[in-house]
Structures are given as structure tokens and as C-alpha cells.
Design a protein around this ligand. Structure first.
Ligand code: 41L
Length: 330
């Protein structure tokens, strides 16, 4: 297979993974976050006021001989954590992991939220969701992958994120050496523009059977944690000594010395499952001796979110051609 692979560098304690992306001619280099939970490719740009920039690399379309302004087009993103970004749109040549798309809509930021200004590890996002939630006006634009897929061997990409170590994204092929077990596939419902699927159940710790309860959620590399239904979250923390829901942290916390159990979610009819090691589920120190759990409630979102904590526990296949999501141990 054509070696279309992008190394993903873990940033900020596994809060996000960025990959090197080239835009324009001559190529301008950026560190962008490949994000299956959104569908806009946007980058910090020379249009931003200097107060909104904090060391990020800035795309300058005027310095690219292949840039072409999409006159009259704008974009405006709002993310689940309240962050936002907006601006204008140029078409330009984009290369990620050996895959090049000419005339890719590149959304240049004129405004970014403080969360992005403060995130010095990231120069922008590459949305890998479906075009139906792209925010470009007056016409929605296709994602980098949707534009690249027709020229790839297979209409899929894979995510192999690792705990505190570089991971990788591959475009168009499955690296059989990157996963240990068979890949089990679930149907994807893309009607909301996300990689939405339903896990048939879960298990806490080394429990053999699974609690059969449908967990409908999106597989979102742009979300750090694993956000699940309240009944699942309560069952999990019922098995974590001293865990409590802390108002001041708006989430479940426990003493940092607590041993937290694994969490497994089933794929397909429950024959296969992905196990998230307890180590990943002690996500961060609060600074007062308590630690913040990697599993939290999905209350208010409307669906669950299998974020990076789940994704880095598996080898994941995003099969856009067949609308399938594949999970394998590694
Ligand atoms: O926004 C979310 C989570 C979410 C919440 C509610 C509905 C749908 C998804 N993830 N995400 C995906 N890309 C992001 C970029 C920044 C912040 C959060 C980001």
C-alpha cells in the first residue's frame, strides 16, 4: 500500500495529538489536530490580531502561489467546550502523511477563542467528520479525507493513538502490524455528521460478562475524555474506593493513590470488546490530592463521546466508504 502515514505527536499530557501538515507553495508547515469530531480544516493565519496569537505558526495565503481566495465564503466553528474560531476561506494544496489534496478548502482564522490562543501546541484543526457539519457559507465544503478518498486504495483512515507516546494516522490502508486482535466492525450512523455508533454494553474491572445496555456515541479524537451515560458512570465509580462527584471540579474525583479499575466497552454483539486500562482512567491531578477521572458524564451532550482515552486503548478504523467503525486491540 502507498505509505500514507502521519505521525501524531501527543501534546499536553495526552490532551491532544497533532500531526505535521503542509499547506501552500512553497509549503508552509503546521501542527494540526486531526479531529474526527468536527469537519472544518482551519489554521491560525496572518489575519489574526496579535493578541490572539501566542507562538502559533500563521498561514499566509499571500505567500502561496497556489492559494486562491474563495470570494464571499466564511466559516464559523463552535465546539462542545464553548471554544470557537471563524474567518475566510482559500483553496490551497494540503499534504498530510504523504497524501496531497490540491484545491483543499483551507479555512483561515480571523478570530480564535482564548482556549486556542492558549494552546501553543496547536496551529489549527483538520476535521475528519462528515461534510454535513462543515460550517462554510454559502456552501458546505468537503473534508480533507473526503477529497483524498477517491485516490486512495481504500476509502478509510486509521487512528493508532498511544499513551504518552507518538501515535499515527494512516490514510487509505490498514497496517496489519499495528493491531493484535481481529478488527470488529460496528455500523456508523453519519446522519448527524459524526462517527456515531452504538456499543451493546460494558464491563467494569475484570468482570467476565457485560452489562447489556446500549451506549450510543461518537468516536471523537477532538475530545480528551470518555463521556458516558450517568447510569454507566455511577456503576463505574461505585467500584472506585472513595470516588465522589465534586462540585468544585464538576466531575468525579478520587484520592490520587486509589487504584482505579479498567473499563471495557463491547463492539458488535458483544463478542469483541475494548479495554481501557485503569491507568488511563486516572486522568489528571487536581492539585489537592484528588485526581480527576477519565470517565465522566455525557449529561447535556445528547450522546456519549468515545474520546482519546478510549481511542488510544485500541486500533481504530474509520471506514467512510462502508460507514463502519472498526476496533481492535493492539
Ligand atoms: O466538541 C467536542 C465534544 C462535543 C460536545 C458536544 C457535541 C459534540 C461534540 N469535541 N470536539 C471536537 N473537536 C473539538 C475542538 C475543540 C474542542 C472540542 C472539540
Amino acid at each position: 500500500p502507498d505509505e500514507d502515514s502521519a505521525d501524531a505527536e501527543p501534546q499536553l499530557g495526552d490532551e491532544e495529538w497533532t500531526v505535521p501538515v503542509s499547506i501552500g507553495t512553497p509549503p508552509q508547515g503546521f501542527k494540526l489536530d486531526l479531529d474526527t469530531g468536527s469537519s472544518d480544516l482551519w489554521v491560525f493565519s496572518t489575519l489574526l490580531s496579535k493578541e490572539e496569537v501566542n507562538g502559533q505558526s500563521l498561514y499566509d495565503p499571500n505567500k502561496s502561489t497556489t492559494a486562491a481566495k474563495m470570494t464571499g465564503y466564511t466559516w464559523d466553528c463552535h465546539y462542545g467546550d464553548g471554544s470557537f474560531s471563524s474567518g475566510y476561506i482559500y483553496q490551497d494544496t494540503v499534504t498530510i502523511g504523504g497524501v496531497t489534496v490540491a484545491k483543499q478548502p483551507v479555512e483561515v482564522a480571523k478570530t480564535v477563542a482564548p482556549q486556542f490562543t492558549q494552546d501553543t501546541a496547536l496551529d489549527g484543526l483538520v476535521g475528519l467528520g462528515f461534510w454535513t457539519i462543515n460550517t462554510a457559507e454559502p456552501k458546505k465544503q468537503k473534508t480533507f479525507f473526503e477529497n483524498a478518498a477517491p485516490n486512495l486504495e481504500k476509502g478509510l483512515f486509521t487512528a493508532d493513538l498511544k499513551h504518552e507516546a507518538p501515535g499515527s494516522y494512516n490514510f487509505g490502508w490498514i497496517d496489519e502490524n499495528a493491531h493484535a486482535s481481529n478488527i470488529t466492525y460496528a455500523d456508523v450512523d453519519s446522519s448527524d455528521g459524526y462517527w456515531m455508533w452504538t456499543s451493546p454494553g460494558y464491563a467494569v474491572g475484570d468482570a467476565k460478562g457485560i452489562n447489556k445496555t446500549a451506549i450510543r456515541g461518537i468516536t471523537d479524537t477532538g475530545t480528551t475524555l470518555l463521556l458516558l451515560p450517568d447510569d454507566v458512570v455511577d456503576t463505574y465509580y461505585g467500584q472506585v474506593d472513595g470516588a465522589t462527584w465534586a462540585e468544585e471540579w464538576s466531575g468525579y474525583v478520587f484520592d490520587c493513590n486509589t487504584t482505579v479499575p479498567d473499563f471495557s466497552f463491547a463492539v458488535d454483539n458483544g463478542t469483541a470488546k475494548v479495554t481501557v486500562p485503569g491507568e488511563y482512567l486516572n486522568y489528571a491531578e487536581n492539585g489537592d490530592g484528588t485526581c480527576y477521572g477519565g470517565i465522566q458524564s455525557d449529561y447535556g451532550v445528547g450522546f456519549s463521546i468515545f474520546g482519546d482515552i478510549a481511542i488510544k486503548s485500541a486500533f481504530v478504523v474509520f471506514d467512510q466508504q462502508n460507514l463502519k467503525l472498526g476496533w481492535a486491540s493492539k
